[in-house]
Design a protein around this ligand. Structure first.
Ligand SMILES: Cc1cc2nc3c(=O)[nH]c(=O)nc-3n(C[C@H](O)[C@H](O)[C@H](O)COP(=O)(O)OP(=O)(O)OC[C@H]3O[C@@H](n4cnc5c(N)ncnc54)[C@H](O)[C@@H]3O)c2cc1C
Length: 447
């Protein structure tokens, strides 16, 4: 019997998820994973909690080491191996062994991309200074931590107020630094929250003592100063949180079609434009189930789910990925944020005529101690009342309520349907009308 070989590029969520799923279904497949870094199967999501001191070390974020993957899953994991070129006709990869400084050629039958995304680094003067750092993988996390431990880091500037910027702001606030968020847009979490909900988050940041400078674009980094149009801010360290772009150069050079925002275009089985070549996670595009268009979304949740589908198809099953509604949660100290679907402005961009309603409530019955505040905003389609999106800001216990909204969106429920869903209640968990249902009742009045 000829042994077929699967080559996987990238050894984190998408790459290892694809490899382990394929292994479960096909015990005879030879699986090689090339990972350019030193770590495999890690949680980049945990980096802010190591920097903030809640998790002891970067190594604690490794879920499975290369040794464990070899022993348990019979996957030939090659760390410090970078795939530098591909010939899809010859079914051959050129792989650079970064330790031995030599290049090898690796034939394959099937190929899977799990090359992830990279932080956006605009071409600004001084951006390559050692005190200006991006954060994407564990090597970045380790370097950032090392810098924070060795240097004073009294003044920390976070460039970009997306969720990674906010989580890093919390991390350095916990370390006792004076933290300033500099954001070019007019509100924090500009791509994920509407301005009214974002202002509640800005208030929470101000209460913590984190300064938020909105509408201010970073222009350069010079001798311990971040220069913006409004002046120069002192900085011992700058963390870039300007968003990410898909790592799809290798795929493009190999001749694969690119899709949304330059990510690798995939079909519903996670197959690329070439037969037997798959992609999953942050490097691939996906389908927005609400706006009904292809998008690029960089989240660990999507990476794991798309990898499962890619691995199943490689392993001989028929599996499809329907798409995403765009659900995410984060927090800054005790203020939690959840979001799903479209914001009001995204709904308008997607051509919907929408209505919205915002309610203030509590995460548990108001007469109990720790009945923290929660604000829920719902966006629904005018006339049909179909739910298009939801945003939540509130105290502990608030954010994960967004999963009810995500489920409602995925199922295509209307605001009226959500009012009728049989949700649970007891005073320690919610008011008798859960805040998400209270918001649904409110939005019904506008349809
Ligand atoms: C600070 C931070 C916090 C986050 N928090 C959350 C969160 O709370 N929730 C959430 O859902 N998501 C979160 N994310 C996003 C999540 O980490 C990513 O979506 C997820 O890691 C994507 O997995 P991936 O395997 O597609 O890509 P990556 O994790 O980027 O892995 C890609 C791998 O491919 C390797 N690689 C790339 N090119 C090559 C090549 N040519 N040859 C060999 N190897 C290559 C890279 O070294 C890398 O290890 C966070 C991300 C960061 C940075």
């Amino acid at each position: 019997m000829t042994v077929r070989r699967l080559l996987v590029i990238g050894g984190d969520a998408a790459g290892m998820g694809t490899a382990t799923q394929a292994r479960r279904l096909d015990p005879d497949l030879e699986i090689v994973v090339a990972e350019q870094g030193r770590f495999t199967s890690y949680s980049a999501c945990g980096i802010p909690y190591v920097v903030g001191g809640e998790v002891a070390s970067i190594e604690d974020l490794v879920v499975k080491t290369p040794g464990e993957l070899r022993a348990k899953h019979r996957i030939d994991v090659r760390i410090r191996h970078e795939v530098v070129a591909l010939d899809l006709d010859l079914r051959q990869a050129e792989v650079r062994d970064l330790e031995r400084e030599r290049t090898i050629r690796l034939p394959f039958d099937q190929l899977a991309f799990g090359t992830g995304a990279r932080p956006i680094r605009p071409d600004l003067p001084g951006i390559d200074e050692p005190w200006v750092r991006g954060v994407q993988n564990l090597e970045d996390g380790a370097a950032l931590l090392d810098h924070a431990q060795r240097s004073r880091c009294r003044d920390v500037i976070i460039a970009g107020a997306g969720y990674i910027g906010l989580e890093m702001a919390e991390a350095f606030h916990r370390r006792g630094a004076r933290v300033t968020l500099v954001e070019a847009g007019d509100h924090v979490m500009g791509r994920t929250l509407d301005a009214d909900l974002a202002s509640r988050l800005s208030d929470a940041l101000a209460e913590l003592g984190v300064k938020v400078r909105l509408g201010e674009r970073v222009e350069s980094f010079d001798k311990g100063k971040v220069v913006t149009a409004n002046g120069a801010l002192p900085a011992d360290l700058v963390v870039l949180g300007l968003g990410v772009e898909p790592n799809a150069d290798l795929a493009a050079e190999a001749g694969l079609e690119l899709g949304a925002r330059g990510a690798i275009q995939v079909d519903r089985r996670q197959q690329t434009s070439a037969e037997g070549v798959y992609a999953a996670g942050d490097c691939a595009d996906t389908f927005d189930l609400i706006a009904r268009r292809r998008i690029h979304i960089a989240l660990g949740t999507v990476a794991n789910r798309t990898a499962r589908v890619a691995g199943m198809n490689i392993g001989g099953r028929y599996s499809t990925f329907p798409g995403v509604v765009g659900t995410a949660v984060t927090k800054v100290c005790s203020t939690e944020v959840g979001r799903t679907g479209l914001t009001e402005s995204q709904a308008a961009d997607a051509g919907f005529e929408s209505v919205s309603a915002t309610i203030d409530s509590t995460v548990r019955s108001g007469y109990l101690p720790d009945a923290e505040p929660i604000t829920v905003k719902l966006v629904a389609e005018r006339r049909t009342g179909r739910l298009l999106g939801g945003q939540i800001v509130g105290g502990p216990g608030a954010a994960k309520r967004v999963d009810v909204l995500a489920t409602a969106l995925y199922a295509g429920l209307s605001a009226a349907d959500l009012v009728d869903v049989d949700l649970s209640y007891a005073p320690p968990f919610s008011p008798v009308w859960d805040p998400v249902q209270a918001a649904a009742r409110q939005v019904l009045g506008h349809i």
